[in-house]
Design a protein around this ligand. Structure first.
Ligand SMILES: NC(=O)c1ccc[n+]([C@@H]2O[C@H](COP(=O)([O-])OP(=O)(O)OC[C@H]3O[C@@H](n4cnc5c(N)ncnc54)[C@H](OP(=O)(O)O)[C@@H]3O)[C@@H](O)[C@H]2O)c1
Length: 282
């Protein structure tokens, strides 16, 4: 299969590239291959060259999105909608990624795909609009909601991931503050890459929750890192009130659609974390 992968220099895209190029012919890159802010050109760009398009590009700076909505709207809403439509016209599979931040966190038990969204911040709102736009233009598209990503390649938008940032702080200070009232499922990008291949090969469409299994607060996640790495650091529990942007306090996703289809290959968060730490840091 000939696949176009946009956003392959990011944390998720790089793991998708590593896996997919073993089986498929992949044309990939960041904005130098195709800048999604010029999505009106997407039809001319793809012509009839690909049988699938995977979009990992997005506007990811959550605090900056609150200050200026133009690029978040363009990249998280308009561009994926436009790309999805161009793919539908050419009978090309389109896979896109969304976020647990489409939810407000008030449910307090894992969200399934059919639960109502109610984003609390601009990033979450533009990603939600993107989901709706993609599926309106291309009902056969796959929109995979993921959460709290970490992988070997740091986030392009931030330059780090939660684990590398925590380890960096733990190396410099005896006490590290970590928020304790945000519960989610931190998820390995390598696992999502495997799940994406399964979604592509089995033609799963619509909204698809695709996070690792289980749930944990960022504070307990940090404590698990410290314990596994045998660090002496004290992990100090803080609260969201100290953050400028509203975020859901509980955004655990259940991979209900994948489980019902017998296609869920996501793994337990703790096992995935240990595997990652062993491979990258030990
Ligand atoms: N990170 C998380 O914890 C998290 C949580 C939930 C959902 N998600 C979703 O998961 C997806 C992947 O996120 P990620 O963390 O892997 O992001 P990332 O590491 O910041 O990577 C973003 C990618 O998009 C590319 N890009 C940026 N601007 C572009 C543009 N205008 N045109 C084309 N490409 C552009 C970047 O390439 P260059 O900079 O090289 O151009 C990079 O390859 C996104 O849809 C995001 O919303 C992420």
């Amino acid at each position: 299969m000939k696949i176009l992968l946009i956003g392959s220099t990011g944390q998720l895209g790089s793991d998708i590239l590593r896996l997919f190029e073993k089986k498929h012919s992949v044309v990939s890159g960041g904005r130098e291959i195709f800048d999604i802010r010029y999505a009106d050109e997407f039809g001319n760009f793809i012509k009839n060259r690909f049988s699938a398009v995977i979009n990992c590009a997005a506007f990811l700076d959550v605090p900056l999105a609150e200050k200026s909505v133009r690029d978040p709207l363009l990249m998280n809403y308009y561009a994926p909608m436009k790309m999805a439509g161009e793919c539908r016209k050419r009978n090309v599979r389109f896979i896109h990624f969304s976020t647990d931040y489409v939810f407000d966190g008030k449910k307090n038990s894992p969200y399934i795909e059919d639960d109502s969204a109610n984003p609390l911040n601009v990033y979450g709102m533009t990603k939600y609009m993107g989901e709706r736009g993609v599926l309106y233009e291309n009902p056969s598209a796959s929109v995979m909601r993921v959460s709290g990503l970490y992988g070997k390649t740091p986030s392009r938008a931030k330059g780090y991931n939660f684990i590398s940032l925590f380890l960096d702080k733990a190396g410099k200070s005896e006490i590290v503050d970590v928020v304790g009232d945000e519960i989610l499922t931190p998820t390995s990008t390598r696992n999502i890459a495997r799940q994406t291949l399964v979604v592509l090969e089995n033609g799963v469409s619509g909204i698809i929750h695709s996070t690792d299994e289980g749930e944990v607060s960022w504070h307990s996640f940090a404590e698990e890192i410290a314990s596994f790495m045998k660090l002496k650091v004290k992990v100090n529990k803080t609260t969201q009130a100290q953050s400028a942007v509203s975020r859901p306090k509980y955004s655990v996703l259940e991979n209900r659609k994948l489980k019902d289809a017998g296609l869920n290959v996501m793994k337990d968060w703790k096992a995935s974390l240990h595997e990652f730490l062993r491979e990258v840091y030990l």
